[in-house]
Design a protein around this ligand. Structure first.
Ligand code: SF4
Length: 373
């Protein structure tokens, strides 16, 4: 079981309560971005292209706690930027643990060994380490030679100290399915709790615009990767969301399921788009024109999106919406091999990994120099 029973129970009882109350839209995971600056400058990132004065701004712990209480979601994911560069990140995490929130602290692990002593192992705290694939692919993806080695060292240290650890992996066009599968083996051998996956979103501000995946290619890639699974692989995600990525299910986007709060306020409508900000969570829910978003809306910004922050909450809602959804989840959990001849054949197709014909570009990031204070 990749997710501890106490966490599954907290999520299940929370969702059932929302259903009993008749709430059509409810948050499941708060995406809390306490800062935007980072010590990497990945080519596919849409978060670090802000001017210096924005990159230097942090949410205070009090602002974080207020957002978490306003929102009420049982899970808080802390992306960024690089959260370990926030000078009060340990205080923020301790405050959220005291509020019994399940926290996924997303980190590239460059500072993990240095800062890990500031944290205490808890069932509420998971380090979700960003690793995009095997060594060569990860280093290419984060534009940093040696990034993979540092991430692995960070994972080992966190595990040694008794922390919950997962990986989070974003896949772009040019990913080699065989290499991704070998990467899953490597991660499971380290002893992590589970893996998280998402296709990359085509941020219009990202430096690399060539390698984002369209929907059909996303399904093909994930079918190749996730069919004929090895029993040793564990995923820290909704199994129905993985089926969605493989093209076995369709879901409508539920962006309110993973609302985003950052230094600008409550971001409309989701973690990826910035169509304005609300001052309160209640205002975000009441005043966002939700019908303008999701693939079915015809909004071109949503056309190719299949990312977890739009669709994983839809999959979780499906689990609790009907007996059929619940049974589908049970089946996907118990019978997770997905034997598939076509998926196997896809593994034999030639792939030119993106790093084979593109040089690794180390993008300089002025924030990195200032960041690790
Ligand atoms: S489809 Fe993607 S980009 Fe559009 S609202 Fe949903 S999560 Fe955001």
């Amino acid at each position: 079981m990749p997710v501890p029973i106490s966490q599954s129970w907290t999520v299940a009882s929370y969702v059932l309560k929302q259903k009993i109350r008749g709430r059509k839209r409810y948050p499941l995971v708060l995406m809390l971005e306490p800062l935007f600056r980072c010590n990497l400058a990945c080519a596919g990132c849409g978060k670090i292209q802000y001017p210096a004065h924005i990159l230097k701004t942090d949410l205070t712990p009090e602002e974080c706690f207020r957002a978490v209480e306003e929102c009420g979601a049982p899970i808080v994911s802390i992306p960024g930027g690089e959260p370990l560069m926030h000078p009060q990140i340990a205080e923020i995490v301790a405050g959220l643990v005291a509020r019994r929130k399940y926290i996924y602290l997303c980190t590239n692990a460059l500072l993990l060994k240095e800062k890990i002593g500031q944290f205490t192992p808890s069932k509420y705290l998971t380090f979700s380490v960003h690793v995009d694939g095997q060594r060569e692919h990860h280093d290419f993806s984060v534009c940093r030679e040696g990034g993979y080695e540092i991430a692995i060292e960070g994972i080992k240290e966190a595990l040694r100290r008794g922390f919950r650890v997962t990986t989070n992996t974003t896949l772009f066009d040019g990913a080699d399915p065989n290499s991704v599968r070998a990467f899953f083996d490597e991660m499971m051998e380290l002893g992590i709790e589970g893996m998280m996956l998402s296709p990359g979103y085509s941020y219009d501000k990202a430096p690399d615009q060539q390698h984002f995946l369209g929907r059909a290619r996303t399904r093909r890639l994930f079918r190749a990767i996730l069919s004929n699974r090895k029993p040793t692989w564990r995923f820290n995600m909704s199994p129905l969301f993985l089926e969605f990525l493989m093209g076995k299910r369709t879901y409508a986007c539920t962006p309110w399921g993973m609302p985003t709060y950052n230094i600008f306020g409550w971001q409309k409508p989701c973690y990826l788009l910035q169509d304005g900000y609300a001052e309160s969570f209640a205002e975000l829910m009441a005043e966002t024109e939700w019908h303008n978003y999701g693939t079915e809306s015809g909004n071109p910004k949503c056309a190719n999106c299949m990312v977890h922050s739009g669709y994983e909450a839809s999959a979780v809602d499906h689990t609790f919406n009907s007996l059929r959804g619940f049974l589908a989840t049970a089946r996907a959990t118990l019978f997770s091999r997905y034997r598939d001849r076509y998926g196997k054949a896809l593994l034999n197709e030639p792939v030119r990994p993106v790093h084979a014909y593109n040089p690794l570009i180390q993008i300089s990031n002025s924030a990195a120099a200032e960041g690790s204070q």
